[in-house]
Design a protein around this ligand. Structure first.
Ligand code: ADP
Ligand code: MG
Length: 326
């Protein structure tokens, strides 16, 4: 720690972070002391995950701070969702180049909005000066035997994904290339900048599921982690992968599935579960108003086979070749 502490740091903590989120009963002591004191409910296991967002690498420097606050929490909640854990607490480490209160205010607004949606309490953190970077750690609860682990997929499992895939990648492509031939729809930009973590789906599916992962690096890469850790392979029916109309038109135009299977940042869930769960998945999907689509099957043969409806096996032009050979 530095010898002279900038009072601005304490002012920020008191003004913005201390009262940012609602108190929970399981927090004995929150922000203000050297450590928070917390109670894990009986029968629950604590799930912990952390993600860092660095300016210029994970987000554009001029991104709306409100969206950034939302996304910093959303990507973490998505990891908890993929374990089937219900979120409870969060810590926030902010490195800021300068104290810009308008920026902090807007950031906090985005962060607090999502925290409120899931009753997550900010219980501590750190505030330092330096190149803009945000680290968030989330804590949630899951009964140990229901946690959806990457190493637990079984041969014969159906493979499902929530929502639609490729939207965030398409939005990013537009923003990067800056060649807006047709303007992007707002919902598509939202998919990149304000992803909705599938918390309810994770909790609802955990008693049915064998394994799950959230899609941050693209379906092939992320499902690949499940396959290698579980010692199994899989077949995907490419045409069954749910797409927004915008992504569907790009895929149709080029007959290239890359956007949907390799595009990152969707923060949807990929879940494997036995066939016996089909009817219940349909009910959950209906209840949550969220598409949960069956797109493939876990198989004994190692590797990942992407099939088109005519039976052809399609090979992705890039990404993780050795993983995906048949
Ligand atoms: P210490 O010097 O003991 O690490 P700090 O001065 O860094 O304590 O922090 C004081 C209190 O404010 C601690 O409870 C800490 O968790 C909290 N805090 C600091 N920065 C943040 C932040 N960005 N968000 C939430 N809580 C924070
Ligand atoms: Mg500190």
């Amino acid at each position: 720690m530095k010898i002279t502490r900038e009072t601005a740091e304490f002012a920020l903590i008191n003004r913005y972070f201390k009262k940012l989120t609602k108190s929970r009963d399981d927090v004995v002591l929150g922000i203000g002391d050297d450590a928070a004191l917390l109670k894990v409910p009986d029968g629950m296991t604590l799930a912990v995950s952390m993600d860092t967002l660095v300016s210029g690498i994970h987000f554009f420097e001029d991104v709306t701070p409100e969206y950034l606050g939302h996304k910093a929490l959303a990507v973490n909640l998505s990891d908890l969702a993929a374990m089937g854990a219900a979120p409870a607490w969060v810590t926030l480490s902010l490195t800021l180049p300068e104290v810009n209160e308008t920026w902090v205010y807007d950031f906090c607004r985005g962060f607090a909005g999502l925290a409120k949606q899931y009753d997550v309490q900010l219980i501590g953190g750190d505030t330092t000066k330096g190149p803009l970077s945000i680290s968030v750690q989330v804590h949630g609860f899951v009964p140990q035997h229901l946690a959806m682990r990457r190493d637990a997929a079984r041969v014969g499992d159906d493979i499902y994904v929530t929502g639609t895939l490729g939207d965030a990648a398409l939005a990013l492509k537009h923003l990067k290339d800056n060649q807006l031939k047709s303007p992007l729809s707002l919902p598509l930009i939202d998919r990149l900048e304000r992803p909705q973590p599938r918390v309810e789906a994770g909790v609802a599916l955990r008693h049915l599921a064998h394994s799950a992962i959230d899609l941050s690096d693209g379906l092939l890469a992320d499902l690949g982690h499940i396959l290698s850790l579980s010692g199994v392979g899989a077949s995907l029916a490419l045409e069954k992968i749910p797409l927004s109309s915008e992504v569907a038109s790009v895929v149709d135009l080029h007959r290239d599935w890359s956007l949907t299977v390799s595009g990152g940042d969707d923060y949807e869930l990929c879940v494997t579960l036995p066939e016996a769960g089909r009817a219940e998945v349909a009910e959950i999907s209906c209840r949550l108003g969220l598409a949960i689509t069956r797109i493939g099957k876990i198989e004994k043969q190692p590797g990942l086979r992407c099939r088109e409806s005519n039976g052809n096996i399609w090979s992705p032009p890039h990404l993780g070749f050795d993983h995906f050979s048949s």
